[in-house]
Design a protein around this ligand. Sequence first.
Ligand code: SF4
Length: 326
Amino acid sequence: MIRVGIPNALFYYVYFPMWKAFFEELGLQVVTSGKTTKKLLDGGVREALADACVPVKVFFGHALSLKDKVDFLFIPRIVCLNKKTVYCPKFLGLPDMIRFGMENMPAVIDVRIDTRSKKNAVFRAYYSVGKLFNKKPELIVKAYLKAKHIQKVYQQYLRKGLQPPEAIELIFQNKKPRLTSQSGQLNFGIVGYPYVIHDQYISVDIVNKLRRMGVNVKTSDNLSPLNLKLQRYNTGKRFFWTFSERTLRAARYFSNQKKKLDGIIHLTAFGCGPDSIVDKFIQFDNGTNGIPFMSISIDEHSGEAGIGTRLEAFVDMVKRQKRSEQ
Ligand code: SF4
């Protein structure tokens, strides 16, 4: 059976359910690279350009780990999906970076998706991938519809409060999440890129760490597109990088939840150009409306102990502030 590799990084946290369902319905085997480990990240750091951001280094590590296990790597060139904002240039160059940046890599399935230039661009892209494998049109359409359905289910789980790794496990392994009971004393919003927040190695598993400290956590991924769309920010002009714009809107949304939220954390990626601006805008654009705010920068050397201590200190401070207000 033909094996298609999907690295567990970057878009994995957003589109994996759709991609997996599509390829499996076509009769192909999907192989993933598993969780990020030190060895895997070291491989990525070795292979990627030194000034690449951490998530791209992580992606390199995952792609490398799939090198001898698959016939193809699926790395679509997703440019724009909402006709307004585009994904950052690192995403656009990803297929080429993997193809030419490392030796003897499997063939890359590199399909361009840009909803600004073509009608039905997403369907056309999936169709062309199906055609690559000589599949019949009816089967490709069936696989696409199934993939869309699974993606919808995935998004519903996220809206209900599951985090992407939990929703993926629930869909494909029927594994119920362990720590979803929202019974903590505090409520935090975490904003940032999904591939930073939910990569449990580089984020030192921030979501579960906070839960263990008695904090209920909501992330940008739990917010509906409508909730995000309704947020306004005053940066003078539109942010044109998709994930950065989404982060800014999520921060705005959480800032408007003063009565329900006790803290906001922005998880930023070291080496990310857009993030340096996003973080400042979160702080300067009316701030976080008096809600305690902390930003944490993640890099390839982020230590469990260092980030754990900062989180504990932040949680303690918020608790003390809450007590003093009672
Ligand atoms: S938005 Fe930032 S973190 Fe994400 S891929 Fe681009 S540079 Fe890297």
